[in-house]
Design a binder for this molecule. Structure first.
Ligand code: FE2
Ligand code: FE2
Length: 185
């Protein structure tokens, strides 16, 4: 495995795990929203379908880049379900605050990757997926009635970063530093 393929493989691993977490979040929120916020169900179902296709598309690039899913997928499943359930139980505004916080955190990571990736196919895929992630942020921002739950947004942004760090055992941070230092995929 060359150094270059190794960076592509690491990007794929963290992104694939993140999509797995997003699937858990939206799945848990859909359960809670049936009672707490039925008007959000069409959006939540559509977002869930997007996240499933994102996970499959990152997975599909792994074999040619010697990549493997992260070994800590359960962390994403458990963490995502917890975030989805907590926000779901708190109701409509909290669900939207959660979407905004998670998607903004993901967006920042994808931005860094797009800036530095020279693996064309991977970069195009990330750009493509980012368009749908942006639509999730836009919906959440447009639908929120106020700017409440600021504490929840901060807590969830922190939890998302922590999940990313834990699942990669710190590799996400090293990767970001290498990308910023000019390492190319
Ligand atoms: Fe996604
Ligand atoms: Fe998303």
């Amino acid at each position: 495995m060359t150094w270059n393929t190794s960076i592509a493989a690491r990007i794929l691993r963290v992104n694939h795990g993140g999509e797995h977490g997003a699937i858990s979040i939206y799945s848990a929120q859909i359960g809670a929203a049936r009672l707490r916020a039925p008007d959000l169900l069409p959006f939540l179902n559509e977002a869930l379908a997007h996240e499933r296709s994102h996970r499959a598309r990152f997975r599909a690039l792994m074999p040619t880049r010697h990549g493997k899913p992260c070994r800590m997928m359960w962390i994403w499943a458990v963490g995502g379900a917890a975030l989805g359930l907590i926000s779901g139980v708190l109701g409509r505004e909290a669900i939207l605050a959660c979407t905004e916080a998670v998607e903004r955190t993901v967006h920042r990571h994808l931005d860094d990757q797009i800036r530095w990736a020279s693996d064309e196919e991977l970069r195009r895929l990330i750009q493509d997926i980012q368009i749908e992630e942006e639509s999730h942020i836009d919906y959440a921002v447009a639908q929120r009635k106020g700017r409440g739950f600021g504490w929840l947004r901060h807590a969830i942004a922190w939890a998302t970063e922590t999940l990313i760090w834990l699942s990669t055992r710190g590799d996400s941070e090293r990767l970001a530093r290498q990308l910023a230092a000019g390492a190319h995929v």
